[in-house]
Write a protein that binds this ligand. Structure first.
Ligand SMILES: O=C(O)CCC(=O)C(=O)O
Length: 275
């Protein structure tokens, strides 16, 4: 494991998130904004779109299989990473007196639970979130409660839209990607800027869970067939096919998990056919 990856892992275990700066390019982001505009036009102003891989495989496959994200996630979750859902959304502007000084809504993410005290567990899911504009005060920072992925913190319903005393505000730049642990408590901030606040979420979960997006569409299946042709098990897993699941999930568990994962990751890499 490279030093950088090991440091990130440590940071992620301690805080429940890590930020990769500048992972997506302006031209990628422009193509995603354009696609979002087309979808909004086609679907009566709808602003929230899941299943984006099927809607736009040519634009979306490259961020979903981004090696930096996948290498990190495999170090965190083991080689058991699938795409749960791919969401491109835009939060419209709200009036300043409605939005200022508020959180959009504190929550943990899909497939989480309230953690036990002081215990780090590997995530069952992880969100790779990016924004297609800089998050200024007006566009609304991401709020996180660092360390809440390993504390049984709860928030009363009446406080779920209020700033939290232990929050950290992340003013991410366009193209930065924050990878969060699904037990991490976080919230957006209402958008009081002039333009749409674009939110792009690549949500991964463990291959033994169900996935939320439908990976059976013809365009997604084409990506799966290409991965199969090359014996690219990592890319097949993303799309819901984990041919090693049974032996790897019944390995006896007498060697350290991370050492076993590293062996399996190396085996998967060696199996990929050039092409
Ligand atoms: O709006 C944001 O910045 C975060 C949104 C979010 O966490 C979510 O929709 O799960």
């Amino acid at each position: 494991m490279s030093k950088d990856l090991a440091q990130r892992l440590e940071e992620y275990k301690a805080n429940g998130f890590t930020v990769f700066e500048g992972l997506f390019t302006e031209s990628q982001m422009q193509s995603w904004r354009t696609k979002h505009q087309e979808l909004m036009d086609d679907y009566d102003g709808q602003t929230w779109f899941g299943n984006m891989l099927e809607y736009a495989p040519k634009l979306m496959w490259s961020p979903v299989k981004h090696p930096t994200i996948l290498d990190f996630l495999e170090s965190v979750m083991g080689p058991f990473v699938q795409l749960d859902n791919l969401t491109l959304a835009a939060f419209p502007t709200v009036a300043k007196d409605e939005g200022e000084g508020r959180a959009s809504g504190w929550h943990r993410d899909r497939w989480a639970k309230v953690p036990q005290k002081d215990i780090y567990e590997r995530p069952t899911a992880a969100n790779a979130i990016s924004y297609l504009q800089d998050l200024t005060t007006e566009y609304g920072p991401l709020r996180v409660i660092a360390g809440s992925h390993r504390q049984p913190i709860t928030i009363a319903p009446e406080d779920r839209n209020k700033p939290h005393p232990d929050e950290t505000l992340l003013y991410m730049k366009a193209g930065d990607v924050v990878v969060t642990h699904n037990y991490l408590i976080h919230s957006g901030t209402p958008n009081t800027a002039d333009g749409l606040r674009y939110f792009f979420s690549i949500y991964y979960n463990s291959t033994w869970l169900k996935h939320t997006d439908n990976h059976s569409g013809p365009l997604t299946q084409r990506l799966l067939a290409e991965a199969r042709d090359r014996d690219d098990y990592r890319l097949m897993r993303l799309l819901g096919v984990d041919v090693h699941l049974q032996p790897r999930c019944n390995s006896g568990f007498l060697s350290p998990d991370e050492a076993r994962w590293a062996e399996w990751i190396a085996e998967d890499r060696a199996a990929v056919k050039a092409g």
